[in-house]
Design a protein around this ligand. Structure first.
Ligand code: HEC
Length: 118
């Protein structure tokens, strides 16, 4: 490779590196990292105080095999009495971990029909 070609190649590499640095600087850093260390932590801190079975505000979302897209759409937008959880409350990665975690939890026991013998 003659030196002028090498110089152009070097300039291109430097330009690409500078461009990538700029992109990295202006994209939200938390897009890659997660606010919560696990889906469990996110669920316990953000959703559990309404959705846990012992609380019972809102339907159980545990162990129902709810699709991630459904849970995410409701979490991001809210639903009637349920508040929305924007990116500032929970990042995409944590929310994804949360959707996997709730499906590993046991489903709520189904209520016994009235008058059923124990
Ligand atoms: C302040 C209490 C509260 C918190 C906190 C809360 N929710 Fe809810 N959620 C509700 C209520 C109430 C409903 C029922 C809304 C309705 O159907 O009108 C609901 C409904 C839902 C549903 C729909 C369930 C179904 O079968 O229809 C999903 C999914 C859900 N919440 C996910 C979440 C997630 C994920 C979080 C945490 C990021 C969360 N919620 C935090 C109160 C809450």
């Amino acid at each position: 490779m003659d030196s002028s070609v090498a110089r152009i190649a070097l300039k291109r590499t430097l330009f690409a590196a500078a461009a990538l640095t700029l992109v990295a600087m202006f994209s939200p850093l938390h897009a890659q990292e997660s606010t919560y260390s696990s889906g469990k932590e996110a669920y316990d801190k953000l959703c559990g105080y309404c959705h846990k079975h012992e609380v019972g505000v809102g339907r159980s979302i545990q162990g129902r095999g709810l699709p991630a897209a459904f849970i995410i759409a409701i979490a991001r937008n809210g639903l009637n009495a349920m508040p929305a959880f924007p990116e500032s409350h929970i990042d995409d990665k944590s929310l994804e971990l949360l959707t996997e975690y709730v499906n590993t939890l046991p489903a709520a026991p189904s209520p016994k029909p009235k008058g059923a013998t124990p």
